[in-house]
Design a binder for this molecule. Structure first.
Ligand code: MD6
Ligand code: FE
Length: 206
């Protein structure tokens, strides 16, 4: 098992294995959340269907459709509020942010991404939040993935960071607007999640 902190850039680091002790609790909560707010494949503003399935919990959820990207307090699929953020999610996110000195941290939304083999996320910046002061905390569960960590410009060649079950990335301060993405997920089998990778990304969005 890897543990310890791997610096990526100022304000950004991978905390290897940081979520291992929380994994089963987090996954039980994800199942409960998905019963109320099912995973779905969103449409991009350009009309493509994303290969990563998404849902959310917290005060709002990140959604995409033909009109653009936004944080919506109502789940457009169900017409109801998103499930609330479980205490275990908040506790883990706060602990991880504190490791890099981001205190206090009050994330109000958590985007939940589900990858199956072949699913990928193209290079993007996270810039739909109201402010960029607070960090993003990103938790990886299940199958491993290669995270692409780019620069301030889309054209900057990204670094490839392998992320495994239980790894947490904290990403804030001067790194907050870096381009990033996820390479197509490889086939595999994970003891807890089978052919899936689940990623939780916590943000202060509102
Ligand atoms: C993922 N993560 O790992 C997608 N964004 O599945 C992200 O897009 C992301 O991990 C901002 C900060 C950390 C991330
Ligand atoms: Fe992102």
């Amino acid at each position: 098992m890897h543990t310890g902190e791997q610096a990526l850039a100022p304000g950004a680091a991978v905390l290897r294995g940081f979520a291992l002790g929380y994994a089963r609790t987090l996954l039980a909560e994800v199942e409960r959340i998905a019963e109320c707010a099912p995973f779905r494949f969103l449409t991009t503003p350009g009309g493509y269907t994303m290969s990563v399935a998404m849902t959310n919990c917290g005060l709002a959820g990140w959604v995409s459709d033909r009109t653009g990207y936004r944080y919506d307090p109502i789940d457009p699929l169900t017409g109801r509020a998103w499930p609330s953020m479980p205490e275990s999610f908040l506790a883990l996110a706060r602990e991880a942010a504190a490791r890099l000195g981001f205190e206090p941290y009050h994330p109000d939304v958590c985007l939940i991404n589900r990858y199956e083999p072949g699913a990928r996320l193209s290079l993007h910046q996270d810039r739909d939040e109201k402010g960029y002061v607070d960090p993003i905390v990103s938790v990886s569960l299940g199958l491993p993935a290669v995270f692409l960590f780019g620069g301030a410009r889309r054209a900057d060649r990204p670094e490839r960071i392998p992320l495994g079950h239980g790894d947490v990335v904290v990403w804030g301060g001067p790194s907050r607007l870096r381009f990033h993405g996820v390479m197509p997920l490889k086939e595999g089998h994970h003891p807890l999640l089978g052919r899936k990778r689940i990623n939780l990304t916590f943000r202060k969005a509102l």
